[in-house]
Design a protein around this ligand. Structure first.
Ligand code: SF4
Length: 110
């Protein structure tokens, strides 16, 4: 029988041997990583079913433009506070257009 358990900052997948009762840790991952993955999937999915109105995209852009967490790399803007790895889908230009994307410092106007 497999059991999923969140303890502190870790998520564990455990398995109990039905004959011996011995419990074995199959894997453990940082809970923050799972939350980031869930947040990313939610943001990407929101872009498939909806869009952000242009004034709101512009407001997000203007907020990031004046933020100390903004990082520019080869013409792409990234957020140093979100914890995302740098890649095509983590560019701020992409996130501004995802309805469920959020600013990690809650700076974006609603
Ligand atoms: S997403 Fe938020 S924290 Fe990141 S650069 Fe933009 S305003 Fe700053």
């Amino acid at each position: 029988m497999k059991i999923h358990l969140n303890l502190g900052k870790w998520s564990y997948e455990l398995e109990q041997d039905e004959e011996t009762g011995q419990v074995v840790v199959l894997r453990h991952v940082p809970l923050g990583l799972l939350q980031k993955a869930a947040s990313y999937v939610k943001a990407e999915a929101s872009g498939l079913v909806g869009s952000v109105p242009l004034p709101q995209v512009q407001a997000r852009m203007e907020t990031c433009a004046g933020c100390e967490s903004r990082e520019v790399d080869g013409g792409a803007w990234y957020c140093k506070s979100c914890g995302c790895p740098k890649w095509e889908r983590s560019r701020l230009q992409v996130k501004w257009e995802m309805p469920a994307a959020t600013c990690p410092l809650s700076k974006w106007p609603e």
